[in-house]
Design a protein. Structure first.
Length: 315
């Protein structure tokens, strides 16, 4: 039976470079790498699937919310239209009456409103200026923080110089042992690679004098402290602007929310309504009107002579 006629056929076994059977250890490492790659892809796909499911669930809820909103609006639409029509009619009637009766009071009231709204515009402009300054100060503060982090890393690197050099020397010692072992086994290929690695580490290894290290540490520390001070100043400026911005924003919000009541109070103070006359038929007031011409005192329940005669005359 030929290869193509066999019911169960398999691909040729994996061969290493040059057609040689693979080293089981190398093959195991390769399979572990392939497994890790596939697991990583599956992990990303699972994360994408979860995100997609979350988006679908959120969109489903949004669709239901839209349906509920439209249904609620449909039940209230007629009532809303009726109320609006009634309010529009009320406004039209009162506006005609008020415009006919306001007279010379209109000018001062309009000026009062203009002044108040101008104050709001001025406060809004100031808030925008503070917002721009705050954005600039925030950017400068973040930039100062980044510089401080860089200087901190530079100082840490200089401070860890001894450990860094020791680590490189230990690395070259390990390479020397491995190279010697490969030399004993006449493994020229491995020796070639490891000697290259040895050279790379050796080229990056430099041992400076104690004075040079002290000078470098002093310079890096000075730069770090200067960066910290600059970052503190920038952070303080940003915080001060943030406080001023929040205060201005609160004042503006209060100014806007209190606009109607503040203007109404000012208008009522400018044009006070005369006190209503006392109701007739009550007891006589404790004080006399003083006989002011053109005024009359409402009759008391007991009736005065003048009131009685007046009543008789009317009868």
């Amino acid at each position: 039976m030929s290869q193509t006629q066999r019911p169960y056929s398999f691909d040729p076994p994996y061969r290493g470079p040059g057609g040689e059977p693979p080293d089981p250890v190398d093959r195991l490492n390769q399979l572990n790498i392939e497994l890790a790659e596939r697991q990583s892809r599956l992990k990303h796909l699972d994360k994408e699937t979860q995100d997609l499911q979350a988006d679908i669930s959120e969109l489903q809820k949004t669709v239901e919310d839209v349906k509920a909103t439209l249904a609620d609006y449909a039940t209230k639409l007629k009532d809303l239209q009726t109320r609006l029509h009634s309010l529009q009619y009320f406004y039209d009637q009162k506006h005609k009456m008020i415009m006919a009766a306001i007279g010379d009071k209109k000018g001062p009231i309009d000026e009062l409103i203009r002044e108040y709204d101008h104050e709001i515009e001025h406060m809004q402009g100031r808030l925008e200026e503070l917002g721009e300054s705050l954005a600039k100060a925030t950017e400068e503060s973040h930039r100062s923080d980044a510089v401080q982090n860089t200087k901190q890393n530079d100082y840490n690197e200089a401070k860890a110089y001894t450990q860094d050099v020791k680590g490189k020397l230990d690395d070259m010692d390990a390479l020397r042992t491995s190279i010697t072992k490969a030399d004993d086994a006449t493994d020229v290929a491995s020796m070639y690679f490891e000697v290259l690695e040895f050279h790379n580490v050796l080229a990056k290894t430099e041992i400076v004098s104690q004075h040079e290290l002290a000078s470098d540490l002093k310079q890096k520390l000075g730069e770090l402290e200067a960066a910290k001070e600059h970052a503190r100043v920038r952070s303080a400026a940003m915080n001060n602007l943030q406080t001023e911005y929040n205060s201005q924003q609160t004042k503006l919000q209060n100014k806007i929310s209190g606009r109607r009541q503040a203007l109404l109070t000012a208008i009522q103070a400018m044009f006070p309504v005369p006190a209503a006359a006392p109701a007739t038929g009550g007891s006589a007031p404790a004080t006399s009107t003083g006989g002011t011409p053109g005024t009359s005192t409402p009759p008391s329940s007991g009736g005065s002579p003048s009131a009685g005669s007046s009543t008789s005359a009317k009868k």
